[in-house]
Design a binder for this molecule. Structure first.
Ligand SMILES: *Cc1c(COP(=O)(O)O)cnc(C)c1O
Length: 401
């Protein structure tokens, strides 16, 4: 029989080494729990970077997936299918936008938003050809394509992958004066994560998004919110931008849109923006396929009907209160919103990785982000008792040497 070490050896021999995973080989999952091939059970505190907000293998989503898989999986957009229109309608009704453009991965949806913003800039705003500029922020994470890493501020994401796509300016996250100074008639859009996930769950100063909304409206450019990780209930509201009561021009979603069962992403916008795409100008073989659409429809219904955003708000607050009472020499600060919490460690704590490894041995799967942050992002279906269970293990790990 193969054991964990055998699977790890296989993966290391035949798979590219573009990740540094914890050595836990999962072969089964249910709700907030996962099991490894040796039979050990863990509480999942990462939820696949918030793709599994609805919990692993949610029975309703699995059922929708299996039923659709038995009917038709892929038609391509050369033909129509009976799931796409319903998916778009339900997503529009849920979010208050007029149109949906479906893709598969998050990075593809970000690329789609960039193309929409540029085309809008040329055709609606009158920016001279090839001069469109998009303002982005320090510490951003929007995906891994060559264009997207072109405007990353992280050397690790970029080094060796140039030449880079021009047309982006990187500004300090949260610095409204810097944005004001960077504004010029060629700016088509500002692209922002309302809370930066990969950077370590970093929120801008209160009011920043509102100020960006005012500035983009005054200067006739688009505000594009990347809600791929922060959206769909994670921060205690359907979208993180709701905390500042604004409405972006384009919203990018992915990850939990399918509850972890299938890659589905999309951008949302009103007609003035989405209308820039004409037949033939953008697309994807799998984008809007009936299997993905059926899965996403059910995943959205689960989010709403189980009140997962509200749950995230309540349990997140509870979690944060308990965490802040830990008497740990290693914790520098705790930040976050809803069930999305970054535990920032002191520089001399020896890095977040060693704590994640200790937590793994205690049955809790967390992932460090950058060197010093432990990211906490369980499925939003987690119970208070399960949180208490996790808190005990976290306290043990963070208060012992
Ligand atoms: C994960 C993520 C992406 C990229 O999504 P993929 O599906 O991995 O391509 C983009 N933006 C944000 C904010 C993300 O968290």
């Amino acid at each position: 029989m193969m054991r964990s070490s055998d699977y790890i050896a296989l993966e290391d021999q035949f798979g590219a080494h573009n990740y540094h995973p914890l050595d836990v080989v999962i072969n089964r999952a249910e709700g907030v729990w996962v099991w490894d091939v040796d039979g050990a059970k863990y509480l999942d505190f990462l939820a696949a970077y918030s793709a599994v907000n609805q919990g692993h293998c949610h029975p309703r989503i699995v059922k929708a997936m299996v039923e659709q898989a038995c009917k038709v999986g892929l038609t391509s957009r050369a033909f129509r299918n009976d799931q796409l229109g319903l998916f778009c309608q339900e997503l529009c009704e849920l979010t208050g936008f007029a149109k949906v453009l479906p893709m598969n991965t998050g990075a593809e949806a970000v690329e789609t938003a960039i193309k929409a913003a540029r085309k809008w800039g040329y055709t609606k705003k009158g920016i001279p050809e090839d001069k469109a500029e998009i303002l982005v922020f320090d510490g951003n994470f929007h995906g891994r394509t060559t264009t997207i890493v072109s405007f990353s501020s992280d050397a690790e994401y970029k080094f060796g992958f140039g030449p880079f796509t021009p047309g982006f300016s990187i500004l300090p996250y949260g610095d409204i004066d810097a944005v004001r100074k960077a504004m010029n008639p060629n700016v088509a859009a500002i692209l922002i994560e309302p809370i930066q996930g990969e950077a370590g769950i970093v929120a801008p100063p209160e009011g920043f998004l509102r100020q960006l909304r005012e500035l983009t409206t005054e200067n006739n450019c688009l505000l594009v919110a990347d809600e791929i990780q922060s959206g769909l209930g994670r921060t205690g509201t359907m979208f993180a931008y709701e905390h500042e009561e604004i409405r972006p021009d384009i919203v990018i979603i992915g990850k939990a849109l399918s509850g972890g069962m299938y890659p589905v992403s999309a951008i949302l916008a009103d007609d003035e923006v989405m209308g820039v795409f004409k037949p033939g100008e953008h697309g994807s073989t799998y984008g809007g396929n009936p299997l993905g659409a059926a899965v996403a429809r059910e995943a959205l219904k689960v989010l709403v009907e189980e009140g997962l955003a509200q749950r995230s708000a309540e349990l997140g607050q509870y979690f944060m209160e308990k965490l802040s009472k830990f008497n740990s020499p290693h914790i520098k600060t705790i930040r976050g919103k809803g069930l999305w919490i970054g535990v920032v460690l002191n520089k001399d704590a020896g890095g977040a990785r060693r704590f994640c490894e200790a937590l793994q041995n205690a049955g809790l799967l967390c992932k460090e982000t950058h060197e010093h942050v432990i990211r906490i992002a369980p499925p939003l279906t987690i119970s208070r008792e399960e949180i208490d269970w996790a808190l005990e293990r976290l306290e043990e790990a963070l208060t012992s040497a």
